[in-house]
Design a protein around this ligand. Structure first.
Ligand SMILES: [Zn+2]
Length: 224
């Protein structure tokens, strides 16, 4: 049974380090510079579910990767034909999904930018603010602001799948190994020294450890 607690503890450590890594990247401005180049076009399904219906025509979904791994900007442009937009013509709304994490992108926060003040824009921005009250982010306590090199102290709070799970499993596995390797080495050392492999008690020729009751820990080679 104790292995379950061990596994849960490792998964919790994995999840905590997944969040910490994402926040670290978000907090360090030099870790999320971007290329300025859009490298791929994704589909409108990249729009977060709760606002998918309320946004007018997500026409273009563009991805702008960071200049280093661990950062990615997903820009979703929406146009309303026939409405005055920006100089690119009719573009009134942009939803940014700012994503962080390593080795996989694991956490994101959102930004909605509306121009003009027409009814569809208002409806869309209202729906965004209702669905994501804090833009999918949490504010770092101001006591931590000296450590920020990013101009923005809002940390990403939305998990990105499957990256969050993969990072959690990887970090959890690393934590498990980190705990386990020294323990295995110690047990091996104890058994070779004729001690109980479980608690290290000097059991000599006894079949059962008088200290912890462990029986199967004695090396077979010493039986002769
Ligand atoms: Zn023992």
């Amino acid at each position: 049974m104790p292995w379950i607690f061990f596994a849960v503890a490792c998964l919790l450590i994995g999840a905590a380090s997944t969040v910490t890594t994402s926040w670290w990247i978000a907090a360090r401005g030099n870790l999320h510079t971007y290329t300025g180049q859009y490298t791929r076009t994704a589909s409108a399904a990249d729009m977060p579910g709760p606002i998918r219906a309320s946004w007018p025509r997500p026409d273009e979904v563009r991805v702008m990767p960071g200049t280093q791994r661990g950062y990615e900007m997903l820009g979703i442009d929406c146009t309303i034909p026939g409405n005055p937009g920006d100089r690119e013509g009719g573009r009134l709304l942009t939803l940014w999904r700012l994503r962080f994490g390593w080795p996989m992108i694991a956490m994101e926060k959102l930004e909605a930018i509306g121009t003009g003040g027409s009814e569809p824009v208002k409806v869309a921005i209202d729906a965004f603010e209702k669905s994501f009250p804090n833009s999918g982010s949490v504010a770092l306590p101001s006591s931590l602001s000296p450590y920020l090199t990013s101009s923005n102290s809002m940390m990403p709070a939305r998990p990105v799948w499957p990256g969050f799970v993969i990072n959690t499993l990887l970090c959890g596995l690393a934590a498990a190994l980190l705990f386990h390797v020294p323990r295995m080495a110690m047990r091996r050392f104890w058994r070779k020294a004729g001690r109980c492999g479980r608690c290290g008690y000097d059991i000599g020729a006894l079949a059962i450890c008088p200290e912890c009751g462990s029986s199967a820990q004695r090396p077979q080679v010493n039986a002769s």
